[in-house]
Ligand binder design. Structure first.
Ligand SMILES: NC(=O)c1ccc[n+]([C@@H]2O[C@H](COP(=O)([O-])OP(=O)(O)OC[C@H]3O[C@@H](n4cnc5c(N)ncnc54)[C@H](OP(=O)(O)O)[C@@H]3O)[C@@H](O)[C@H]2O)c1
Length: 266
């Protein structure tokens, strides 16, 4: 997909990976509607993009409700005159022993990570099909392929997003509208609490800079890739978990004590 003059709705745009992706898309010539909950953050982002000659407009939206998603889809379409590329990047994370999860927060996380991307796609897809071109990009996670202890809710939201992406990509074959699923590994952004960062250090898990992830997302769009998994050895574990999950059970069991310690707030 050629990004020059492509009209993009990007959710989670003020976050770590989101801001880097917004800048990278704007550098490639895209025209952006950047979505988030805080006007000041979005204004700062748009000013930064504008200072480098790019085009971006802020749209304030909370993705936990259908009303918020509908208003976002309508406002982005109105401001840009249509949406050619939807990047579902907003996300929440919860690193907690499952029995201690706040039941209401479970629903919120599923709304933002899974229901919002599905409904935004539903709202914007008809116009893309009508024009015979477009792309949906869903940002998942390595944990969308590997069920990870103490990230049960987050993992299930990203497993769902991966399944949605695969099914829809197959359904839309030949329509001119493509679907890309990008699965980053751990990345240095505010999404990860200090407990997650300390656990990653203890487990010697590498954390990528957000700019590197943003560059991979833009490359995946330009190359119209179906699925992209980032990082080594995460790529290998993703495949192993699909064909030989017992092996990954064993590997994770060895690390369980460290994970439990940090999940319990060490
Ligand atoms: N960081 C990692 O280690 C990592 C690894 C793999 C995958 N990912 C995925 O990458 C994506 C971006 O994550 P990040 O690391 O950039 O996280 P981040 O810095 O915490 O940013 C998350 C973004 O999601 C938005 N968001 C959260 N709840 C929202 C809601 N109710 N309504 C609207 N927007 C909401 C936030 O918007 P506000 O600006 O309004 O707060 C924020 O911009 C997520 O989907 C995440 O799952 C991240």
């Amino acid at each position: 997909m050629n990004l020059r003059n492509t009209r993009v709705l990007l959710t989670g745009a003020a976050g770590g990976i989101g801001a880097a992706t917004a800048h990278a898309l704007a550098r490639a010539g895209a025209e952006l509607a950047v979505a988030g909950r805080t006007g000041a953050e979005l204004q700062k982002l748009c000013a930064g993009i504008g200072a480098h000659g790019g085009k971006a407009q802020p749209v304030i939206a909370d993705l936990t409700s259908f009303a918020g998603r509908q208003a976002l889809a309508e406002e982005a379409t109105r401001r840009l005159g249509g949406v050619d590329l939807l990047v579902n990047l907003a996300g929440q994370l919860d690193f907690t022993p499952f029995e201690a999860e706040d039941p209401v927060a479970i629903e919120r996380l599923m709304q933002v990570n899974l229901i919002a991307p599905i409904q935004l796609t539903r709202l914007l897809l008809p116009a893309m099909l009508k024009q015979g071109s477009g792309r949906i990009v869903n940002v998942g996670s390595a944990f969308g392929s590997i069920g990870f202890p103490y990230f049960a809710v987050y993992s299930s939201s990203k497993f769902g997003l991966r399944g949605f992406s695969q099914a829809l990509r197959r359904e839309l074959h030949g329509s001119g509208v493509g679907v890309t699923y990008v699965a980053p590994r751990a990345t240095r952004t505010p999404l990860n609490s200090s407990a997650v960062v300390r656990m990653n250090e203890a487990l010697k898990v590498a954390m990528d800079p957000p700019e590197q992830v943003a560059a991979a997302i833009v490359r995946a769009i330009e190359q119209e890739r179906a699925e992209v998994y980032l990082g080594w050895p995460e790529k290998l574990f993703t495949r192993l978990n699909a064909v030989w999950p017992g092996l990954v059970d064993g590997a994770l069991r060895k690390q369980h004590a460290i994970m439990r310690k940090f999940a319990h707030g060490a």
